[in-house]
Ligand binder design. Structure first.
Ligand SMILES: NC(=O)C1=CN([C@@H]2O[C@H](COP(=O)(O)OP(=O)(O)OC[C@H]3O[C@@H](n4cnc5c(N)ncnc54)[C@H](O)[C@@H]3O)[C@@H](O)[C@H]2O)C=CC1
Ligand SMILES: CC(=O)N[C@@H]1[C@@H](OP(=O)(O)OP(=O)(O)OC[C@H]2O[C@@H](n3ccc(=O)[nH]c3=O)[C@H](O)[C@@H]2O)O[C@H](C(=O)O)[C@@H](O)[C@@H]1O
Length: 450
């Protein structure tokens, strides 16, 4: 790995960039490039999305994004449409979800005895269709960059597939939803070229707006780096979740225990919770598992985190049996995959709701950020009216900031005053003052069940 010298004196090779996919990653990236002097064509197959962006309407709840997009469009440097066109560079930012492919030959080939052939794998359909979409417009010397998260060796595979005299690089995106604009500029970047010239060309593009360092490597290393970062976080959270289960058995408060363990100078355990969601951490580690027969810990951690919603649901079901409340009505607070975002993809809340419904619970939902969800979203009052219990599944600021008066008003509408906090974000003393029984995930002392 080497960090190249500043190549600012070099002649600018790229003036026009086509960004394919205008979602959480593509739209900020296209706008950022447009605001830094490139002429950018933003492309999305979703006509409605393209129209909304053109009209300056908010499609993603991300701080500062709309100002950036409007600035880019008003400058004349960003044009959005549904079809690609000729450009000097193309940046692919389309989704890479997982599919559960029973006939995955790679899995069967790599089969270790636990790696059954239903192990999720990366669905490259969107990436391949984006590549096919730009192929007719590619000219000799063009640069193609993939930002979508992909399994190792995919960039090489696509380079061969394109089979043209082009430059190509994999440049993983590392921004944190909720802080996308800040991290887009400040984070260090990894640029993995198919060859050195490709890396340098891609670096030229990112250097226009990135304040962090830009490290050059090859494409397969860059693919591994991206997956290793998210896997590191997934495994750490799995450990925290396992500690939560153990501490529940031991009648210990895991949050206190983790807090104290983290006082060690070389320990940094993350937080347990109802599960790991989102389009990234909950799926990217599978892209390693699908390609390697040695990814045992990674697979185990993924499974552990994927089973947390079921663990939480079972805990709640058992608790209600013990409390002798039949067909309880529960109010779910928060269904996005994490706090203060609107994204519900792979949200643990969905699995918990499904499980509660299958156990004859009545479920109502309140989420001040979510706009789209598989189940109906209610206003706060409608959600809690006649409810036996509030279950907090997402760490939105709105829940953290409930004041004494808010909690008192909530308590008046409830049938039973029970609140289950799976994120440890509520001010428990305030809730207790309003006569709520507070149960905390990972705190064995607050549960009636064994
Ligand atoms: N959301 C995040 O925080 C991060 C995402 N990533 C990766 O970036 C990639 C994109 O993720 P998001 O932006 O979250 O997805 P997204 O779903 O928000 O946006 C993707 C967009 O691509 C469009 N699209 C799909 N196929 C297309 C095609 N053939 N041509 C043109 N447009 C097409 C979709 O209509 C959609 O608007 C994924 O691989 C993800 O893993 C990486 C780091 C962070
Ligand atoms: C290594 C890393 O920090 N990766 C980031 C991650 O963003 P993402 O929003 O998915 O990560 P997150 O905030 O850890 O949330 C993921 C999930 O994990 C849960 N979570 C998170 C932290 C924690 O201590 N406990 C926990 O249970 C969250 O509630 C959520 O359901 O994945 C992004 C991505 O790759 O898309 C990446 O760009 C981001 O930088």
């Amino acid at each position: 790995m080497k960090q190249l010298e500043n190549i600012g004196t070099k002649q600018k090779n790229i003036n026009k960039i086509c960004v394919i996919g205008l979602g959480y990653i593509g739209l900020p990236t296209a706008s950022m490039l447009a605001n830094h002097g490139y002429y950018v064509v933003g492309v999305d197959i979703d006509e409605k999305r393209v129209e909304l962006i053109k009209n300056g309407e908010l499609i993603i709840d991300e701080p500062g994004l709309m100002t950036l997009v409007k600035g880019a469009i008003n400058s004349g440097n960003l044009n959005v449409k549904t079809e690609p066109e000729e450009a000097d560079a193309f940046i692919i930012c389309v989704p890479t979800p997982v599919i559960h492919d029973k006939n995955n030959k790679d899995n069967n080939k790599n089969n270790n005895k636990d790696n059954n052939n239903e192990t999720p794998k990366c669905d490259l359909t969107y990436v391949l269709s984006a590549v096919n979409g730009i192929k007719p417009y590619l000219k000799d010397g063009n640069l193609v960059v993939i930002e979508s998260t992909i399994p190792p060796k995919t960039t090489e595979m696509i380079y061969k597939l394109i089979d043209k005299n082009i430059h190509m690089a994999y440049c993983p995106e590392r921004v944190l939803p909720g802080k996308i604009l800040k991290e887009l500029v400040e984070n260090d970047r990894i640029v993995g070229g198919i060859d050195e010239e490709s890396s340098e060309l891609a670096k030229e593009v990112y250097k226009s707006f990135v304040d962090g360092d830009i490290y050059l490597t090859n494409s397969t290393t860059a693919e591994m780096v991206k997956l290793m970062e998210n896997t590191f976080r997934d495994v750490n959270i799995a450990l925290a979740n396992e500690f939560a289960k153990v501490c529940t058995e031991m009648k210990v408060n895991v949050w206190d225990a983790i807090n104290l363990a983290n006082k060690h100078p070389r320990v940094n355990i993350l937080n347990p919770g109802p599960g790991v969601g989102g389009h990234c951490i909950s799926i990217d580690p599978w892209f390693i598992v699908e390609k390697s027969k040695n990814a045992e810990l990674i697979k185990k951690a993924r499974e552990l985190n994927d089973n947390m919603p079921k663990y939480v649901c079972n805990l709640i079901v058992k608790e209600f049996k013990k409390l002798n409340i039949n067909n309880p009505k529960v109010s779910i607070f928060g269904v996005t995959y994490k706090g203060n975002v609107d994204d519900t993809r792979e949200s643990p809340a969905k699995k918990i709701i499904e499980c509660l419904l299958s156990n004859d619970f009545n479920v109502s939902i309140y989420d001040p950020h979510a706009k789209v969800f598989e189940y109906p979203l209610n206003k706060l009052e409608d959600c809690i009216k006649g409810s036996d219990c509030i279950i907090v599944l997402t760490d939105h600021d709105e829940f953290k900031n409930f004041e004494k008066e808010d909690i008192y008003e909530i308590s008046k509408l409830m049938k039973h005053k029970i609140v289950i906090d799976t994120k440890n974000i509520l001010n428990h003393n305030l809730w207790k003052e309003s006569k709520f029984e507070v149960k905390l995930l990972g705190d064995g002392t607050t549960w009636n069940v064994k």
